[in-house]
Design a binder for this molecule. Sequence first.
Ligand code: ZN
Length: 382
Amino acid sequence: MSIAVVAGIAAVVVAGICAAVLALVYRRIVRAGAGATPRVADAIVVFGAAVRADGPSLAVRVRVARAAALHHEGWAPVIVCTGGVDDGRSEAKVMVSLLRGLGVPPEALVADDGGSSTREAIRTVALLGRGRWHRVLAVSSPYHLCRIDREARRRGWDATPVAACRDRVATSSERAHDRRMRLREAFAVLGYEALAAVDRFAATRIGRALRRVARHLAARIAFLVRDADAVAQAGEALGRIIKDGVAGFRDTGAVATPASGLSPPLAGRRVSRFGIRHRRLHAGVDIAAPYGAPVRAAASGQVLRAGWLGPYGNVVVIHHGGGLATVYAHLAAVLVEDDDRISQGDVVGNVGETGRSFGAHLHFEVRVHGSPVDPEAFLVTA
Ligand SMILES: [Zn+2]
């Protein structure tokens, strides 16, 4: 069987499972749409729907009428209108004015603009009524009740879903509209389920550990980026030290390698070579060596700088003439001073881990007219 056939079968199976799950949720939405019988409550919560420029949608009118009827029948003393603000139009305020038109007194009405989604509406209404509204009647269109019920349960909210239905037999186009709304709702319920699953996972021990790791990694990356920039700046500063320190500096002319070549500053394994590392130039070669091991001048010359240089830590820069300089970084101790004359093989310092260094090693650079080049091209193997 070819891969294409297997992939095709897999796609059909996955699509079938998705369709089955969607059908199940759709059936739950239809069943929940009947709502529950009202019972005496502390408040009636009406969920908002679209309020267009030409006025409130039919859904809003139907929900408001149901809420007003419940209030007049004495099921609850307060009506809370919750919804979003769309294009400057507040669903909640529109519902309040419709309810006043239906004879509900203003002192029985509360408008809440914080409910642009079902989840937010339930959250803000729960906050508004904290300590006062223990039991509520949640009024909305039938297709919406399943989600309200699930969200209310999730938040431990005692809400009785009440369906707001049209008071006449629906036309065929209205029935088609209802089917569309239920399908849309099915997708929304699945989305909420996925979010809830993510929340549940985040609260587990593994989830919390993963979050900690992610936070730690983000902090580490931010640190490394700042750090790499600091290293690049220090590298440029080194170039300037060489330019300023070499009498009669010229960045043209051929480079004269000392007759004896450059000898390795110490024996040890190369743990990182010259080149681009993490999208930045690693301007030298790293040689692993025990802490305190002696570091020797690669050739005779004069010390241009002996001291601290940011991420390089304790550093020695030696100029060998002919446009050539060498750099020894992260030293534990510096054993030479500025302007000292040095012979090849003289100990200039000890291996350390000062500056930006993870573990003891020597960072060794060769610079031509102040710019870093690959040291391997200049080192003669002992
Ligand atoms: Zn290095």
